[in-house]
Design a protein around this ligand. Structure first.
Ligand SMILES: Cc1ncc(COP(=O)(O)O)c(C=O)c1O
Length: 440
């Protein structure tokens, strides 16, 4: 075993890592990331890696962005934090205006939290209380999708649909109604239609990840389906909550995935890329109509009794404003379209590999499925740890990835350039071939 640095020692001794089997982790020498350069991460030995999953889907314009660094520095010299309970701060106000200007028409109010899961909790509670305030006490159930993922707090898990993550906690969850996954978009629409025809009176909202079920395995819905979802929710008076924590901020080729179908949700949830991947911040954005239902004299107790210590944190908001300004200044979304085309072409190559059963992408979000036998569809066993082995192998090629089981995820910062896209895909291709064909 290689000798460990102090940092690795402290880590192994004191940190319990998220979504990590610590028995397995304890036998390894964790990489220590201590510097960065654009889309590259740099470890304590000076090795450079392409940040192939945007530091878990958060980074947008690369690391060490001058503009975001400066915005945070300027803000920290004024004040790092003051509460948003009953008072305000410039950064939170300016960002709220920017978000409303940017969001689909009809969204009007921004509620801040710190992470994606918290923003989902806010969306669920907001939708629930809205119907209570409207006197529709029976409209209290939530519809969600199989293979959906909305975070790890209990409300978010209640509307989640990934058994391997969620089923342990079943006894702690509120009941939700699960319809199909993006394995079949037509079945999602069919299930929803049948359900709403029968039970809309009891349903508060439908929550889903627009177009890409990310943590569920990068499953992608068919073009145009969101329009039909919106129409069904309208017809049956059910709120539509879109969780764009993963898909927001250009990942799918548009600023928000719901723009592909030009629809407005009743509640839009943003997180991850909101600050460009710098600081924790999330937002639950809703309509004037929902907001108005909560207005009244204090003793009517219509207040939305929910909040977080760091809601609207000025440092996070300053980072988010700078992040949005970079989109404008650099014409990021326009430039993205050619990159997506190149990325798609590169992904085609993977289908020639013996173990690759399918590649899918929406914008720069992609999944590459690995199977033991392409002809029969036989999967690798959990014990094989093939997804992990491929990512370990990619590391040697200078690429940092994190798989979803045996689906290899590619989701680089959208600032990635053409030659970096090629480097990322070629190295990943080699890693898959080495592990699954060459036994390297
Ligand atoms: C669609 C979606 N919603 C919510 C979350 C939870 O966000 P957070 O990890 O910031 O709580 C995630 C995280 O991956 C996500 O992909």
């Amino acid at each position: 075993m290689s000798s460990k640095s102090k940092i690795q020692e402290y880590d192994l001794k004191y940190i319990w890592h998220p979504f990590t089997q610590m028995k397995e982790y304890q036998d390894e020498s964790p990489i220590v990331i201590e510097d960065s350069d654009g889309i590259y991460l740099i470890d304590s030995d000076g090795n450079k890696y392409i940040d192939g999953v945007s530091s878990l889907w958060v980074n947008i314009h690369g690391h060490k962005s001058k503009e975001i660094n400066n915005a945070i520095k300027q803000q920290v010299d004024k004040i790092a934090h003051s509460t948003l309970l009953g008072i305000t701060n410039p950064m939170a106000s300016i960002l709220a205006k920017k978000l409303i200007d940017l969001s689909p028409n009809g969204l009007q109010k921004v509620f801040y939290s710190g992470d994606g899961a918290s923003a989902v909790e806010v969306g669920i509670k907001m939708a629930f209380q809205y119907w209570m305030l409207k006197g529709k006490k029976d409209k209290n159930k939530f519809v969600c999708l199989k293979d959906g993922y909305h975070g790890d707090t209990l409300g978010a898990v209640s509307v989640g649909g990934i058994d391997i993550f969620h089923s342990t906690f079943n006894p702690l969850l509120f009941e939700s109604i699960k319809i199909s996954s993006y394995d079949s978009t037509s079945k999602v629409l069919d299930d929803l239609n049948k359900l709403l025809t029968r039970d809309a009176d009891q349903i508060a909202a439908l929550i889903l990840e627009p177009y890409v079920q990310a943590a569920g395995g990068m499953k992608i819905a068919e073009d145009g389906y969101l329009k039909e979802i919106r129409a069904l929710c309208d017809k049956y008076n059910v709120l539509l909550i879109l969780d764009e924590v993963a898909t927001g901020f250009g990942r799918t080729g548009k600023m928000f995935a719901c723009e592909h179908d030009d629809i407005t949700p009743d509640i839009l949830i943003l997180g991850k890329g909101l600050t460009g991947g710098y600081l924790p911040l999330s937002a639950t954005i809703t309509t004037q109509n929902i907001f108005d239902a909560f207005l009244g004299d204090y003793d009517e107790l219509k207040t939305f009794f929910h909040g977080h210590s760091y809601s609207g944190n000025p440092l996070s908001c300053a980072a988010a404003i700078a992040n949005l300004e970079i989109f404008e200044k650099n014409n990021t979304l326009l430039k993205l379209q050619d990159k997506i085309q190149l990325f798609e072409n590169e992904l085609q190559e993977f289908n020639g590999l013996r173990s690759v059963s399918e590649t899918r992408n929406k914008g720069l979000m992609a999944g590459i499925d690995l199977v033991k036998n392409k002809n029969t569809g036989e999967k690798f066993s959990l014990k094989d740890r093939v997804g992990k082995k491929v990512c370990d192998s990619a590391l040697k090629e200078g690429i940092l990835l994190r798989p979803l089981g045996d689906t290899i995820v590619l989701m680089p910062p959208i600032s990635i350039n053409d030659s970096e896209i090629k480097k990322l895909t070629k190295a990943t291709y080699k890693a898959i071939k080495d592990v699954t064909e060459n036994n390297v």
